[in-house]
Design a protein around this ligand. Structure first.
Ligand code: BGC
Length: 447
């Protein structure tokens, strides 16, 4: 076999991503903990419970796994509800807990990326109106100032808010996250308030730490016209793309935030991006449908020929990752892929999904798009929000009862790539033989 390989630039960051609520457990003061207790909110009445027991210190064994697998970066989040369980009261033990995590990463030569808000908020914050009122800006800023003062010496890569667009959709349109609303106008207001809170956090971090590199993680979903020759489908797909994917991106670029009914000046947000996080999982076909105003008149579905994940949640479309990076590079910001992965307990789809998405990433790098790292979702199976424990995104399988972690084959595959900083034809052949020939044309012929 020819020894072909796709090599990544020196210093490329390879890691996994996770979020506090999904791995820590026992997050009593947060809106999600209360939400989980309400009947019907989470599939199978699952709760985060003790999650992956990071609170009990199991993050140490997980960091050891990451190191052993050749990772050099890890994205995690800190929990606002833990750090500020009541307005203005800071919990020293919580801050100490996060200091210990960051120190443990540094001791292992793993670069941390810290997300300040990943889908969960303190209950007291939500009771005061949460992101619906402009007061959220100052409250978030105060929290970020505290975190920067306490943890800023241990981290430079800061992610202000995870997937503001996905959060707003889940919490204010689909109603599957707290506060469970179905209100498009409110959704836009929340999206705007969060954008301003992001800008305040950006400046707070820079004021506290001149070396801070601040961005956010944008969920970018592919939207493609179901019938490319049918203009209404193209219009619906483009509208979803502009409103869902591009709202914040355009606002941070231009200083204007486009809403359904008007465009709002947000000069303070302009340029508040040292790097852009791209979270990419899948793409939809969009068909124009007048009966779906809540979906912006576009019916979304996967294509009949799509390769679907275990529960049909994700369709594998690696070209969508390349396209997302291509579109984003035009803004000139450095980028990281801050999430990408697939739910797949038997690990039958993940090896090919991983290889094909990493090849798309490599192509983007070869086009000189400024992508500096990749964070796979996730290291260990964790609590998947309204889908509970029914979806398994981990490179390591978790037995929630015993807390035993078992590596899936993909853990080993990813480890080989991280260690080599490259994907070799031989690795592709071993983990996804049917794919290897198309990934490395010619290289399989030599035998
Ligand atoms: C979220 C994660 C979530 C993952 C898989 C992402 O959109 O940021 O919190 O676990 O999707 O569902």
């Amino acid at each position: 076999m020819v020894r072909a390989q796709f090599t990544f630039p020196r210093g490329f960051l390879w890691g996994t991503a996770t979020a506090a609520h999904q791995v820590e457990g026992g997050n009593a003061a947060s809106d999600w903990k209360a939400w989980e207790r309400e009947p019907g909110r989470v599939l199978g009445a699952h709760t985060s419970s003790r999650a992956c027991e990071w609170l009990q210190g199991r993050y140490i064994e997980d960091f050891d796994r990451a190191v052993a697998d050749g990772h050099n970066a890890l994205r995690l989040s800190v929990e606002w509800a833990r750090i500020e369980p009541e307005p203005g009261r800071w919990d020293a033990a919580a801050l100490q807990f996060y200091r210990a995590q960051l120190l443990a990463l540094r001791e292992r030569n793993i670069t941390p990326m810290v997300t300040l808000c990943h889908f969960t908020q303190p209950l007291w914050f939500m009771e005061r109106g949460g992101w619906e009122t402009p007061a959220c800006i100052q409250l978030f800023e105060r929290y970020v100032q505290k975190v920067a003062a306490e943890l800023g010496d241990l981290c430079t890569l800061w992610c202000t808010i995870n997937e503001p667009n996905a959060y707003v959709f889940a919490a204010y349109v689909a109603g599957v996250f707290p506060p469970g609303r179905h209100n498009l106008l409110l959704a836009q207001q929340v999206h705007l308030n969060q954008l301003r809170a992001h800008a305040a956090a950006y400046y707070a971090l820079h004021a506290a730490r001149p070396d801070a590199r601040v961005g956010w993680a944008q969920y970018l979903r592919g939207f493609v016209a179901a019938r490319p020759g049918f203009p209404p489908d193209r219009w619906a797909a483009n509208w979803q793309h502009q409103l869902f994917n591009m709202g914040w991106v355009n606002a941070v670029h231009s200083g204007r935030f486009r809403m359904l009914q008007r465009s709002v000046p947000v000069p303070e947000c302009r340029g508040t991006c040292d790097w852009l996080g791209v979270n990419y999982y899948t793409r939809d076909l969009v068909a124009f449908d007048l009966r779906r105003p809540f979906e912006l008149f576009g019916r979304r579905q996967y294509a009949p020929a799509d390769v679907l994940s275990e529960n049909g949640f994700i369709a594998s479309h690696p070209a969508g990752l390349f396209r997302a990076l291509e579109e984003m590079q035009a803004f000139g910001w450095p980028m990281f892929v801050t999430e990408n992965g697939v739910e797949d307990a038997p690990d039958s789809m993940r090896p090919a999904y991983l290889l094909e998405h990493l090849r798309a990433l490599w192509q983007a790098v070869c086009f000189n798009y400024p992508v500096h790292g990749y964070f796979h979702w996730s290291l260990v199976d964790n609590f998947e929000w309204e889908r509970g424990w029914t979806q398994r995104f981990g490179l390591y399988a978790l037995d929630v009862e015993t807390q035993v972690r078992t590596p899936r084959r993909s853990a080993q595959l990813y480890a080989e790539i991280c260690r080599a900083n490259a994907i070799s034809a031989e690795t592709a052949q071993r983990y996804a033989a049917p794919l290897a020939g198309s990934m490395f044309p010619g290289s399989m012929l030599a035998g």
